[in-house]
Design a protein around this ligand. Structure first.
Ligand code: HEM
Length: 140
């Protein structure tokens, strides 16, 4: 079980590296006017999005294994797990939102400012903070 948990943490960390960095590229794209630089940033963003989607699958799969397979967080008195699952859904939603924002940039239809993306960039920080507290502290 500890091996599965260790791998779960490794894939979560790698997935979040993408969730932190992709919106940083959006900040740059929203500020950039030069065509060549924009094209290079879009290439980076596309590759990163593909890679972080591939990382999300084992990260989530290993979590489901811990939950369903080993029964951690199942049954009564495990409110933290329900709360964590709600946070996981928000993280998946955020991941999808990144995908649709990327499509908008590709179609040159972005209307949002770099300031907006700076705030958007903080969302996964807060979600990660809550998820880790829930799973480690298990406050309820
Ligand atoms: C946003 C995505 C996720 C994050 C940030 C996250 C984070 C973590 C972390 C840091 C741990 C290690 C806690 C420890 O050392 O005890 C952990 C364990 C665990 N995770 Fe996740 N996880 C995520 C997704 C999932 C999913 C989708 C599931 C299941 C559906 C899941 C189920 C579990 C379980 C059952 C444990 C073991 C908890 C324990 O041993 O007390 N996780 N998770």
């Amino acid at each position: 079980m500890l091996w599965i948990k260790a791998l779960h943490i490794v894939f979560i960390v790698s997935w979040f590296a993408g969730l932190f960095y992709l919106p940083r590229i959006f900040v740059n794209l929203a500020q950039e006017a030069e065509a060549n630089t924009t094209e290079r940033l879009l290439l980076m963003a596309r590759k990163l999005y593909r890679f972080m989607t591939m990382l999300a699958v084992p990260a989530l799969g290993l979590g489901i294994w811990l939950w369903m397979g080993y029964g951690i967080g199942r049954g009564p008195g495990n409110g933290w797990m329900h709360a964590k699952l709600a946070i996981v859904l928000l993280v998946i939603g955020y991941h999808h939102a990144c995908g649709s924002i990327l499509k908008k940039f590709e179609a040159q239809r972005n209307t949002r400012s770099h300031i907006w993306y700076r705030y958007f960039n903080e969302v996964p920080v807060i979600l990660l903070l809550i998820a880790v507290i829930l799973v480690v502290v298990k406050p309820f």
